[in-house]
Structures are given as structure tokens and as C-alpha cells.
Design a protein around this ligand. Structure first.
Ligand code: ZN
Length: 260
């Protein structure tokens, strides 16, 4: 008889994820059985294969008591605690659980949707298929001589400053989105808009696409509803920066290492 195989278990209570603690090291739980009883009627989602073992995810309504072996922590905070591949799998699981909660009924005819695949549901009445929606947002690092533009948006969770960001609108290219967001939020014109990198952003279900650009003209005029502060900063005069997990921080670190 084959030995029962192990699974990674990604278990969310709201935005908190269950981590196992062994010898002061954290990881996703990895066992044959879930460390928590799977609530009746809940879907266990197959997320991905991680180091040859399946990753399974489900959500629990009731919080659980933490112990010396198991703790609950925010997904963002887990970035500093668990290996990157585990954080990435947990991020994907968070997006799929978010989608599952928000796609219970067919938006065409109102019938209860049926899960067919990890990322596909189908309406048994009208045949409508649904897939997780990903919100695309841009980030832009604007250079001006030996400084870069950092802003504090009112929706930031914390006191740090970061890059100008905004959501892609329908019918728009990414570069058009970058130019529009910068104009709307700061009043500035930019040029040399160049792709830098991208990153899944599971808060709750996004993709961040980063661009570098150069200041081309205009006076800094902040859009008051979105931004509470913003300025060009030189490297010896930087404010509090975003945390290491974000693409924004990777871009700022790149600028710090690579000069103007
Ligand atoms: Zn339908």
C-alpha cells in the first residue's frame, strides 16, 4: 500500500493565515490531513504544486485558538516569516478564496454557480462561465535630476511614502494609464515611460505593473482626495519607505542602487 501523501494546507480566517511554528521557524502546515477540521460544505481549493506536493486551501469562519505550534498572522506579515514560494502560494490561495466568496451566484441569471476547476465556475442554468477577475494597477517611479517622486496616499496602511499608483481603466494601454494617473494625481507631465517589472498583489486580487519615467514639466499639485503629501526626494533625504514585499520598494531600491 502506498503511503498517504502529504499536502500543504493554506487555511485562512478572514485575512489571517494559519502558520505552523517549529523550532522558531514558520511555515505553511504540511501534513496528510488538515491541522483543522474542514468545515462542512466548504470547498477545498487545489491551488498549485509546491515542492512536488499539492497545496490545498480553504477558509474558516470561526477563529481558532493559537498554540505553541500554530499561529494566525496577516498575509502581508507572513512574507517576513515563511519562504517566498510559500508566500506566493498563499497569495494565490487568498485570491482564489476571495473570488470564491464573490462569485457564488451567476451574474447573468442568479443561479448558484458550480465550481468546475480551480479557476472556473459554470452556471448550470445558462452556461455562463466565470474566472477570477484580476485588477491591474500601475506604479510609476518618476525621476527628476537626482531625486524621485514619493507620495503618501490616503489609503496607505501606514505612514510610509511610495510611488504614484492607480488602476487601469477600460480601453486604456498601460502607458496611457501611467501618464493619466500621474497627471491626475500630481499635475506633472512625464516622458520616457518604460516597463520595469510586475508582481501579483493579492490584496485582494491584483497585478501591479511597474514603470520608470522622467519628469518632463509642470508644477507639483497633489490631488487632495487621493494624496495627503508628496515631494521629490534625494537619496540622502528619504522618508519612510514601503515594506520589502512590495514592487514599489523593489523599484525604489533599484533607483537607490543604480543612480539617477
Ligand atoms: Zn446563469
Amino acid at each position: 500500500m502506498n503511503e498517504p501523501s502529504k499536502n500543504w494546507w493554506i487555511i485562512f480566517h478572514k485575512d489571517q493565515i494559519l502558520l505552523q511554528k517549529q523550532n522558531d521557524k514558520f511555515s505553511l502546515p504540511c501534513n496528510e490531513q488538515s491541522p483543522i477540521r474542514i468545515p462542512k460544505g466548504s470547498t477545498v481549493h487545489e491551488i498549485c504544486i509546491l515542492e512536488t506536493l499539492p497545496c490545498k486551501a480553504f477558509a474558516i469562519e470561526q477563529s481558532i485558538e493559537e498554540s505553541k505550534d500554530y499561529v494566525l498572522t496577516g498575509l502581508r506579515a507572513s512574507y517576513d516569516l515563511i519562504p517566498l514560494v510559500q508566500y506566493q502560494a498563499a497569495g494565490k490561495a487568498a485570491e482564489i478564496l476571495h473570488w470564491d466568496r464573490n462569485s457564488r451566484f451567476c451574474p447573468v441569471c442568479g443561479t448558484k454557480m458550480i465550481q468546475k476547476e480551480t479557476i472556473m465556475k459554470k452556471c448550470p442554468a445558462c452556461g455562463n462561465e466565470m474566472y477570477p477577475a484580476i485588477s491591474v494597477a500601475i506604479l510609476v517611479l518618476i525621476r527628476k535630476e537626482d531625486s524621485l517622486l514619493l507620495v503618501h496616499a490616503r489609503n496607505f496602511k501606514g505612514t510610509f511614502n511610495s510611488l504614484v499608483a492607480g488602476f487601469l481603466e477600460t480601453g486604456e494601454t498601460l502607458e496611457e494609464c501611467v501618464a493619466r494617473e500621474v497627471k491626475e494625481e500630481t499635475g506633472l507631465d512625464i516622458r520616457n515611460i518604460t516597463y520595469f517589472a510586475n508582481q501579483p498583489w493579492p490584496y485582494p486580487s491584483g497585478l501591479m505593473v511597474g514603470f520608470i519615467a522622467d519628469y518632463a514639466g509642470g508644477e507639483l499639485q497633489l490631488q487632495d482626495e487621493e494624496l495627503s503629501s508628496g515631494a521629490f526626494y534625494t537619496r540622502d533625504n528619504l522618508p519612510e519607505l514601503p515594506r520589502k514585499l512590495s514592487l514599489a520598494r523593489k523599484m525604489i531600491d533599484w533607483w537607490l542602487e543604480n543612480g539617477k
